[in-house]
Ligand binder design. Structure first.
Ligand code: PLP
Length: 341
């Protein structure tokens, strides 16, 4: 039997036996009628860690981002983000469909926006223009290959955004990967951005769930929008218990994912099938193959290795909780085979 190595995303992880146990023991209520105690505990825990007044547990990172965009804007406003942003590429056109906003896309190497670029991209207050309302940042930047802003860079951007009259949201789907890479603490982010989302279902290993953090007023509005989108969940404590378990047990091990991504990238550079590799900062490896990328993906699939095509010739491998050193060794053996057929 061939080994199965699923490197499509860090979302493919299954709950560990210990996480499942924590989930089964959760005390639950109805979080739509009033409150589910375990969900409340997770929300309070995350808000306190990240220095926000409140938090709300949502089914997905996409819902968190979409709620944030809706809560921070009015129809006809403009959202400013990097050209590679998840909110622009991978949220089903939600900025237009849900928030009725236009988008200003900024450039910047490795997915990183500079504070200097903001001032040129603010519309003057004039009936001709969309109102520049929201700056949305992403850390780590998925489509750039898991690249990181430092907390100081995020703070500088948030300060400049605020000076220019913008609200600032941080899509922190993989914020814990950025913390580990930069050797930073959540406190380094305190009181910088207005809102932030965190995915629990990626490197942290939960089956479902994301958190949106902000002020009490913002989260009150977010809760109403979540309900309207159908994201109110009843006995969500079973899922929230996985989140609490992940925040207590699965953060420091992200360093192992980063190390495995580095090993994978180093090995890929030596493969005769690979033409270009982006050196990974975290758990995402982007590469280009000498073959047609779809053909490459098909051949790897035959060897049990799964990856994702990201467009523009880029293929993506993501390390995670369910990937071992032996899996990486196996992948590199396959990549070093000259007749990858
Ligand atoms: C995965 C991801 C999201 C959305 O998360 P889902 O839970 O898959 O909806 C948002 N932003 C970034 C940067 C992501 O990588």
């Amino acid at each position: 039997m061939i080994r199965k190595v699923d490197l499509r995303s860090d979302t493919v992880t299954r709950p560990t036996p210990a996480m499942l146990q924590a989930m089964m023991k959760a005390e639950v209520g109805d979080d739509v009628i009033d409150k589910d105690p375990t969900t409340q505990k997770l929300e309070e825990m995350a808000a306190s860690i990240w220095g926000f007044e409140a938090a709300i547990f949502c089914p997905s990172g996409t819902m968190c981002n979409q709620i944030a965009i809706m809560a921070h804007t009015q129809p006809g406003d403009e959202v400013i983000c990097h050209r590679l942003s998840h909110i622009y590429w991978y949220e089903g056109g939600g900025i237009a469909a849900n928030a009725h906003c236009s988008i200003r896309l900024l450039d910047g190497e490795h997915g990183i926006i500079s504070p200097e670029s903001l001032a040129h991209n603010i519309n003057s207050i004039d009936d001709h223009h969309a109102r520049s309302a929201l700056l949305s940042l992403e850390n780590t930047v998925n489509k750039a290959g898991g690249t990181c802003y430092t907390a100081a860079q995020i703070r500088a951007l948030a300060d400049e955004g605020h000076r220019l009259g913008l609200k600032v949201h941080l899509d922190g789907a993989r914020i814990y990967n950025a913390l580990i890479h930069n050797n930073e603490q959540p406190a380094d982010y305190h009181r910088s951005v207005d809102s932030m989302s965190i995915c629990l279902s990626k490197g942290l290993g939960c089956p479902v769930g994301s958190l949106l953090l902000g002020s009490v007023d913002f989260i009150t509005r977010a809760k109403r929008i979540r309900k309207r989108l159908g994201g109110g969940m009843r006995q969500s404590g079973f899922l929230a218990a996985a989140g609490i378990f992940a925040l207590e047990n699965h953060i420091h091990r992200l360093a192992e994912d980063h190390e495995r991504a580095r090993k994978l990238a180093d090995g890929l550079k030596a493969s005769s099938w690979v033409s270009e590799v982006v050196p990974p900062q975290t758990n995402i490896v982007l590469f280009k193959s000498k073959k047609n990328p779809f053909e490459m993906a098909e051949k790897l699939e035959k060897h049990g290795i799964r990856l994702i095509y990201m467009g523009q010739g880029w293929l993506r491998l993501v390390t995670h909780l369910d990937i071992t050193d032996d899996d990486i060794k196996y992948c590199l053996e396959v990549f070093s085979t000259h007749d990858l057929d």
